[in-house]
Design a protein around this ligand. Structure first.
Ligand code: NAD
Length: 278
């Protein structure tokens, strides 16, 4: 029996957080993984961690707000390993929420957000599709958000961008189904990454508890739970799944909001000293 050649995957923003976990999971699945990120030290650490666990990975400095960097990252994967099978477009600095509605958001913030949240997906697809077609197919997974499905006050840029990411996903799935390229999105709920733990929750465990309690599963998520979803979508088990936006949010987005209001009110009555984290 001949073993299938290991697939080649690119994970943008694969140095840390959700992308970091995706890179490790795909490598554990046997794929060769190129981490495309601006955080060179963190990317190198994740490569070392993958290699220590017996996987194959490399890193390239790539700012996905730059057209040339996206073209070069695709070319680098192909030059290095001869093919491209999987592209996970994930990069976005999660703590860069670009808050505000139409009155507050500046044109620069809008353009910055859209370049990372939407244009990077378009350009990634532009260069990935011909390479995937060349090897008979592939998988593209775009990391969107529950914020692409449900709106909150003051997140115009993020939510317009994540909604568009789902639109890009569905359009590309239609366009490239005949090429045997499956294109899906994932909509995570709140995932406690290294950055989010440090910046939001290390000094506010009560706030995290308040967040956890809003979820039907009574907890927020782990980056590895998004990595599992990516692994599934790129596997043969998902061979008939394309154009789908897979919600991975512990049930948050199917819950009546009035329940959350009651929970919050009860919590605040018990803990009057605590401010909600938003
Ligand atoms: N963490 C969550 O709760 C959550 C929820 C829903 C969706 N998401 C989405 O998941 C993705 C990852 O989020 P995260 O929480 O892991 O973020 P994170 O900040 O922990 O990690 C983001 C990674 O992207 C890299 N990056 C940032 N700007 C880049 C650029 N211009 N070019 C290349 N790499 C860049 C960073 O260096 C970092 O390695 C984002 O698309 C985010 O919107 C996150």
């Amino acid at each position: 029996m001949t073993m299938a050649e290991p697939r080649v995957a690119i994970v943008t923003g694969g140095a840390t957080g959700i992308g970091g976990a995706i890179a490790r999971r795909l490598a554990a699945d046997g794929e060769r993984v190129l981490i495309a990120d601006i955080a060179d030290d963190l990317a190198a650490s994740n490569v070392a961690r993958i290699e220590a666990e017996g996987g194959t990975a490399a890193a390239i400095h790539s700012d996905v707000s730059r057209h040339d960097d996206i073209r070069e990252m695709i070319q680098d994967a192909v030059d290095r390993w001869g093919r491209l099978d999987i592209l996970v477009s994930n990069a976005f600095p999660a703590m860069e929420a670009l808050p505000g509605g139409v009155e507050e958001v500046t044109e620069e913030q809008w353009d910055f957000g859209m370049s990372l949240l939407v244009k990077a997906l378009f350009l990634g697809g532009k260069y990935a599709v011909p390479e995937m077609r060349r090897v008979g197919g592939g998988n593209i997974v775009n990391i969107a958000s529950v914020h692409g499905l449900l709106m909150a006050k003051d997140y115009l840029v993020y939510e317009a961008g994540k909604s568009a990411a789902i639109g890009v996903t569905k359009q590309m799935a239609i366009q490239h189904g005949p090429d045997n390229i499956r294109v899906n999105a994932i909509c995570p709920g709140h995932m406690v990454t290294e950055n989010i733990q440090r910046v939001m929750w290390d000094d506010n465990p009560e706030g995290l508890k308040l967040f956890d309690d809003q979820y039907p599963l009574r907890r927020t998520g782990k980056p590895e739970e998004i990595a599992s979803a990516v692994s599934f979508l790129c596997s043969e088990d998902a061979s008939f799944v394309t154009g789908h936006a897979l919600v991975v949010d512990g049930g948050l987005s199917v819950q009546l909001q009035e329940n959350i209001g009651v929970q919050q009110a009860n919590y605040m009555r018990r803990h009057p000293e605590t401010q909600p984290p938003y």
